[in-house]
Design a protein around this ligand. Structure first.
Ligand code: 13P
Length: 283
């Protein structure tokens, strides 16, 4: 039984823990395998959209089962839920953490929905992540990005009025593939860290950030790093390569295994870097 909450997994760790998007059986197995190969704690996450696809309760159940059987601590996490109902659904499936993302709402409404979810989650021993400041989109210019960044004044008020277990911040990070070199506002992150009183901070949009940026983030309070797009590019890349090696085989046994192993290798390397490797890059 290695299913643990977000609160537990982030507490027992020096550096940061990687959280990886899950889509199906083979990505879930690959993420767990990567955790076991590294001997490090790992977070399996599934987005609100994917979990709500018809039939995908089974993917949630597989994630929970694999986490329970893992030889390393594993947290099963609902990513970016915009509503209470999906959080409740995840908890019913046995998830050990949920994210309620009210970052698009006015501050008071974000606090209200976060508290509603936290009350239910904590009563069930489930951890909660919230978000302040929206993540920039790919097409956003510098001005739009700045406008969406986490406002440190909001952090104090938000953390004073909620009891979340982790807080996602917006410091120039974005989901998907970055257009050009991503620029992160580390000064803002340092300010947020000082006023967050030890509440672990979360960096979304991990795909495409440089090792130096991860290291600087971890140095300033980032305890969880989300990787989504790189799971997809790794998985689909392995799918295409394996299929193209022997097209006529339509190898429904070998191709998923190759996808799983490729995801595992990527996850293992990321976990090792977030836990230890980053230290070599701290200046
Ligand atoms: P990327 O897809 O950019 O890695 O971001 C994933 C993420 O932050 C999911 O919440």
């Amino acid at each position: 039984m290695a299913l643990v909450t977000l609160k537990e997994i982030l507490k027992e760790h020096d550096g940061a823990v990687g959280a990886f998007s899950t889509y199906d059986l083979f990505s879930a197995q690959g993420i767990i395998q990567g955790g076991e190969e590294s001997g490090l704690p790992v977070i399996l996450m599934i987005g609100h959209g994917p979990l709500n696809q018809p039939g995908n309760d089974y993917v949630g159940q597989i994630m929970v089962q694999l986490a329970r059987e893992a030889t390393v601590p594993a947290c099963v996490f609902l990513d970016h839920s915009k509503d209470y109902a999906t959080c409740m659904r995840a908890m019913k499936l046995g998830f050990s953490a949920v994210m309620i993302d009210g970052s698009h709402l006015p501050l008071e409404e974000n606090i209200a929905i976060t508290n509603k979810v936290t009350e239910a989650a904590h009563a069930l021993g489930v951890s909660v992540e919230a978000e302040l400041g929206a993540l920039a989109g790919l097409e956003d210019g510098e001005e739009a990005k700045k406008a969406k960044m986490t406002d440190p004044a909001h952090v104090e008020e938000f953390l004073g009025k909620t009891s979340v277990d982790a807080l996602a911040v917006s410091i120039g990070n974005a989901h998907g593939l970055y257009k050009g070199e991503p620029k992160l506002d580390f000064e803002r992150l340092s300010t947020i860290e000082k006023i967050s009183h030890g509440v672990p901070l979360v960096l979304h949009g991990g795909t495409g950030l440089t090792p130096e940026q991860f290291a600087r983030g971890v140095q300033r309070g980032i305890k969880k790093i989300n990787i989504g797009t790189e799971v997809k590019t790794t998985y689909i890349g392995a799918f295409i390569d394996t299929h193209e090696k022997n097209v006529s085989a339509y190898d429904m046994v070998g191709i998923p295994q190759a996808c799983k192993n490729a995801v595992a290798a990527m996850v293992r390397d990321k976990l090792e870097f977030f836990a230890r490797g980053y230290r070599d890059l701290i200046v």
